[in-house]
Design a protein around this ligand. Structure first.
Ligand code: TXD
Length: 319
């Protein structure tokens, strides 16, 4: 049986970490792509040289030409530029939108059958644009944000309760970061919902609110500490869990930025919702009942995301 081929479009901090993790998990062969010459080749060679020590047989190559990604089973997209001082959100949007146009053309030509996971910010708008530019099926183009947001939430909760991270589940909806909607009543410790844990005296409502806020600001907290870039270990791990769910047909239930065509009353928008990922890509979108307060938060999250996609259309009217 041929090994899986995983293409990483963008070989920066997340791209390099993804390549290393794919090797360590023996998920398949890796092609690192970047416009920067030498970076994907250098990272590929460095990681390949660790393979005898760690005992994996993934082949790692670096390319600057989209032809190298031909026939990829999975493509993970991190290509783009981060926000620099003095740059507005719209500036970033405009630049990364152009990057998505190039990536979309590359995917359409060389990897039309791939399952595509977009990570580039502003996430919900970029994944929407990437699906349009590439023309790939909506089931096969998803955005990574919810797995990261919920992992951060789980980590903070496990610390608060002094229990294993494995026994904490968290459920988030909505756009990435600021507009994330934490679903407190569906987040649990070994099945016990957070509101019950408050009643049991494990934590207080105030403390929970602080944890939710810290989760929302999770990306900014890391940027503030690193100063030279944004988070990459947890974002890479999160995208890997999505790729693995697809490649191994695990049917995992994961919060992802998925295309909504009427679910939750939303159309033509990518936003974070729980989905089932298996060999068919996004096989199912799970629609849950929202309380009035949750619906309000979700609606404002959707409005924020739609504001960004409208900004994309203004810049690229052919979208
Ligand atoms: O939850 C999430 N979705 C995120 C998103 C969490 C963390 C970071 N998030 C975003 O991921 C972040 O705001 C960035 O937009 C991406 C990638 O983050 P990373 O830290 O890996 O950024 P780098 O190190 O700057 O890498 C980007 C690479 C770099 O090597 C560039 O040369 C390359 O992208 N690049 C391109 N590659 C291909 N094609 C084009 N046009 C291109 N332009 C830049």
């Amino acid at each position: 049986m041929a090994r899986n081929k995983i293409a990483l479009i963008g070989s920066g901090m997340i791209g390099g970490t993804l390549a290393h993790m794919i090797g360590l998990k023996d998920l398949g062969d890796v092609v690192l792509f970047d416009i920067a010459e030498g970076i994907p080749q250098g990272k590929g060679l460095d990681i390949a040289q660790s393979s005898p020590v760690d005992g994996f047989d993934s082949r790692l190559t670096g390319v600057n030409d989209y032809a190298g990604i031909e026939g990829a089973d999975v493509c993970i997209v991190t290509a783009g530029v981060p926000r620099k001082p003095g740059m507005s959100r719209d500036d970033l949007l405009g630049i990364n939108l152009k990057v998505m146009e190039q990536v979309g053309a590359g995917l359409k030509k060389y990897a039309p059958k791939a399952f595509v996971i977009c990570i580039t910010n502003p996430l919900d708008a970029m994944v929407w644009a990437l699906q349009k530019f590439s023309g790939l099926p909506k089931t096969h183009v998803v955005g990574m944000a919810g797995v990261l947001d919920s992992s951060r939430f789980r980590y903070f909760l496990a610390e608060e309760f002094k229990v294993s991270v494995e026994d904490v589940t968290a459920f988030v909806l909505g756009g990435h970061g600021d507009s994330m909607v934490p679903m407190i009543r569906y987040s649990t410790v070994a099945g016990i919902p957070l509101p019950d844990l408050v009643k049991m005296g494990w934590t207080s409502k105030d403390k929970l609110d602080q944890i939710v806020q810290r989760t929302r600001d999770g990306g900014a907290e890391i940027v503030g500490l690193l100063k030279t870039g944004s988070a990459y270990y947890a974002p890479a791990a999160s995208a890997i869990s999505m790729a693995e769910a697809y490649l191994k047909d695990k049917k995992r239930v994961l919060p992802c930025a998925a295309h909504l065509s009427g679910q939750y009353g939303v159309k033509n928008t990518y936003v974070g919702v729980p989905v089932v990922i298996g060999a068919g890509g996004v096989e199912r979108i799970i629609e849950i009942d929202l309380s009035k307060a949750e619906q309000k938060m979700f609606d404002s999250s959707v409005a924020a995301v739609q504001g960004l996609t409208e900004a994309c259309v203004k810049i690229a009217p052919h979208l």
